[in-house]
Design a protein around this ligand. Structure first.
Ligand code: ZN
Ligand code: ZN
Length: 345
């Protein structure tokens, strides 16, 4: 039996363990992927510290994955050995009403790569062929890995907000997702794009990729600044952090008819006054979970035509052996960090 290296979570609050495990075999309709790049996401920290629950232990983490097709299982059509693909990270049934109507993220059977099934911090993984999306050589493997979450998640969220040409958009949290959210808002036709973060370096980066204004809540009066920048409140606020305080801030920053999209994971109560917060200004609060397969062809097109600038997206590439160092760097929120990507030769 052939073996490979994998970085597995064996118990919560412990470093990942580098172990030798058998290379999985693709079944009918499945493909074996030789992983070339896997992004480290904040969610990986949450699986590690137990804030979000994985459903099996040990588990190979890693849900932002790009690689090469190494083998096609029986019945796979349209893919060949050596194809460059990035992966939609939800393994879904493919047959239910939700899967068939482009809402795969609602599928009852959905299992997530690196949370419910073994993910991409390994040399190989197996997944259904329909989870794979081809991408051209103009996109690197590391960038393609980021398309699957750091780009796809804010793309899905901003699609939910139904941005109209000239809308003002506030992005709260300029990390791996936020930097791409700024660009996607611009592509979707937003006028004023306001980036909010505590780190000046992140705000500088946001300005480089298309933000028209920035807010540092430690220095600026958020309420005043938003009112000045957006005629009383923004049309769309996207919350990417997941704290009660910032979710509250997102809602408060929206104006008449404003839409708040919550992407950050926050299991706590936030408090809401239905009259003041919703009715009076006809505001809407939306949730956005993961993304859908239908988002992939669009974001791959945007990245391949360089409409989406991914030149700032990959901060570091590290080998699998350094995975725990990468997780620690993300935890310490090192300056200017957008994404650390584990890459394979
Ligand atoms: Zn993620
Ligand atoms: Zn389904």
């Amino acid at each position: 039996m052939k073996t490979m290296m994998a970085a597995q979570l064996t118990e919560p609050e412990k470093p990942l363990e580098l172990v030798k495990v058998p290379i999985p075999r693709p079944g009918r309709g499945e493909i074996l992927i030789k992983v070339k790049a896997a992004g480290i996401c904040s969610s990986d920290l949450h699986y590690q510290d137990g804030r979000s629950k994985v459903t099996k232990l040990p588990i190979t983490l890693g849900h932002e994955v790009a690689g090469e097709v190494a083998e096609c299982g029986e019945g796979v059509r349209g893919l060949n050995e050596g194809d460059r693909v990035c992966l939609f990270y939800l393994a879904t049934c493919g047959f239910c009403m939700e899967c068939c109507s482009g809402n795969d993220n609602y599928c009852n059977e959905a299992e997530m790569l690196g949370k419910n099934i073994d993910g991409g911090f390994a040399e190989y993984l197996v997944i259904a062929a329909r989870n794979a999306f081809l991408f051209p050589e103009s996109i690197t493997f590391a960038q393609a890995a980021l398309l699957t979450d750091a780009v796809a998640t804010p793309f899905h969220a901003l699609s939910r907000a139904d941005i109209k040409t000239g809308d003002s958009v506030l992005i709260i949290g300029i990390g791996g997702l936020g930097l791409h959210a700024v660009q996607i808002a611009k592509i979707m036709g937003a006028g004023q794009i306001i980036a909010m973060d505590l780190e000046p370096e992140k705000l500088d980066l946001a300005l480089k990729v298309g933000a028209t204004a920035v807010i540092d809540p430690q220095k600026d009066n958020v309420k005043e600044k938003i009112e000045n920048l957006s005629r009383g409140g923004v049309d769309v606020a996207v919350e990417l952090i997941g704290l009660p305080k910032t979710i509250r801030q997102a809602i408060d920053c929206t104006g008449l008819g404003g839409r708040t999209v919550i992407v950050g994971i926050c299991p706590e109560e936030i408090g809401l006054n239905p009259y003041n917060d919703l009715l009076l200004k006809e505001r809407t609060i939306l949730g956005s979970a993961d993304q859908s397969r239908v988002d992939f062809p669009v974001i791959i097109e945007l990245a391949s035509k360089k409409r989406l600038d991914m030149s700032h997206s990959v901060t570091y590439e590290i080998p699998l052996e350094d995975i725990n160092l990468g997780l620690e760097m993300l935890k310490q929120k090192e300056e200017n960090l957008v994404r650390i990507v584990v890459t394979f030769p």
